[in-house]
Design a protein around this ligand. Sequence first.
Ligand code: ATR
Length: 276
Amino acid sequence: MTRRAFVIGHPIAHSRSPLIHGTWISAHGIAGTYEAIDVAPDQLRGFFERLRGGEFVGGNVTIPHKQAALELCDSIDELAARIGAVNTLTIGDGAISGRNTDHDGFLANLDQEAPGWSDAPGPAIVLGAGGASRAVLLALASRGFGPIHILNRTEGAARSLARTLPGPFEGHPLTAFDAIAGTARLLVNTTSVGLHGTAFRDLDPGRLGPGALVTDIVYVPLETPLLALARARGLRTVDGLGMLLHQAVPGFAAWFAVRPSVTAGVRARIAATLVG
Ligand code: ATR
């Protein structure tokens, strides 16, 4: 029997997930499919009803549905509950289970691309206080980083996130970067700045502590202006494509019963499609 999986989002046409899962389906000779389905916010509830019919073994959830989907699942894991968002669904016996693999995907990418990056955790800076930020913040806290400074354009959102999320978090405006940067050895961008080559104004990673690591969850383009500047300042950088690949692994393993590897080959295949 062909196992069918999906990714839902709105819009969804530009998602790289079908290419990632399609590459693994072919590589492992699996009788399976993975399709992109455009689901508008007002269709989400109806789509979940359709899922309970058993047509699909599971799928991914992306922008703008990660938070709303959490409410519609029949069960969610503890991490998804803490993050407040799901990105991976599995369906069995008419019940939908949700989990969040962005958290582990973020960590696995850095573990693979910058081995030892969390061996001596200390102060870190996370740019952004939206949905993606929460998974990254909890991931960094799980590795012992602290204090973790949340810097956001809208200061109130950073402060309120720091207050509500359990962990060593402090909220600041983006303009606090220069004052804080010198103590930080890790900088993570979780905002949409960088997408298609946009850049922060007046944010120089050269002010970070010596040997700092800079990473971006934006992966279009692969080297965002922030990463390019960090590299020009002699800092270590890790792009966001690996997080996308690693977050896909647990879902694929659950749906198709094979755990795929994030290899240089699959990375190159997806990277070739990423133009700024
Ligand atoms: P996601 O789920 O991808 O995190 P989101 O919840 O909409 O998306 O969050 C977007 C984040 O990017 C927010 O932190 C947002 O800052 P604000 O809270 O001030 O809106 C940040 N962001 C988006 N565009 C930005 C820009 N041009 N400059 C700085 N920050 C920006």
